[in-house]
Design a protein around this ligand. Structure first.
Ligand SMILES: Cc1cc2nc3c(=O)[nH]c(=O)nc-3n(C[C@H](O)[C@H](O)[C@H](O)COP(=O)(O)O)c2cc1C
Length: 215
């Protein structure tokens, strides 16, 4: 099997909004897609470990903010690489609540959807949430960010929880530079592989496992 064929599947990039005891939270997902038109329904695949999944199962509702190409990369970092289990992600982020609870971004999105969950399909590591879109609003006509644009221009990666995670090839060359997937710090000290397991990023303090070879 040639797994690189899977890389040719196209996606967008979305901020899934949820709430826990009236506190807004959420995560980044590339796996939102429309599954029916009458009535409009969408699906999203979320890892069972994501805090967002637990919140959605509890409320049976979620929001989708359709992020545009000019979204700040640190919003993707915050919502895509940290967990609401131990981080309040909406600090210093412009957002509003729809239905008095679900957060949606108010800047750098083309619009948002309010979704009511109808089915949850367990597929192993992830669950697919199938939901009816019961409200929506357009905020701009800026181009929505695609997953391909994210990889090419933001030079971002997807973490292990993303269904489309790609394992980086191991490179034992001593000259290769390694990049922190959270803050973008580039390690140029050589022989990254031999750094101790408890080594952390000098800028954002995430562990060594959050670095990948610079491409
Ligand atoms: C580009 C990108 C795409 C992602 N797509 C998904 C996805 O479709 N499904 C998923 O479960 N996680 C996805 N993730 C990972 C989650 O956003 C990440 O695990 C997040 O930290 C979960 O936060 P939470 O625990 O607060 O829910 C993606 C992350 C990035 C950066």
């Amino acid at each position: 099997m040639d797994e690189t064929v899977l890389y040719d599947i196209s996606y967008g990039l979305y901020l899934i909004g949820a709430a826990y005891e009236n506190t807004p939270t959420g995560c980044i997902a590339n796996t939102v897609f429309q599954v029916s038109a009458f009535p409009p329904k969408v699906a999203v695949s979320l890892n069972h470990d994501n805090f967002t999944s637990a919140c959605i199962k509890n409320m049976m509702e979620f929001s989708v903010s359709i992020v545009t190409e000019n979204i700040a990369p640190d919003i993707i970092s915050k919502f895509g690489f940290f967990s609401g289990k131990n981080t309040y992600k909406f600090e210093n982020i412009e957002y509003k609540k729809i239905m008095n609870s679900l957060p949606v971004l108010t800047q750098n999105i083309s619009g948002w959807l309010h979704c009511k969950v109808e089915n949850i399909v367990d597929i192993g590591t992830h669950a697919i949430f199938i939901a009816e879109v019961i409200d929506s609003e357009r905020l701009s006509n800026e181009p929505p960010m695609t997953y391909a644009y994210y990889h090419k221009n933001v030079k971002g990666k997807a973490p292990k929880n993303a269904p489309t995670y790609r394992e980086e090839p191991k490179n034992l060359s001593e000259n290769i530079e390694y990049v922190c997937e959270v803050c973008g710090y580039v390690y140029k000290g050589g022989d990254f592989e031999s750094l101790p397991d408890d080594w952390v990023c000098p800028v954002c303090k995430v562990p060594k496992s959050r670095f990948s070879p610079k491409t």
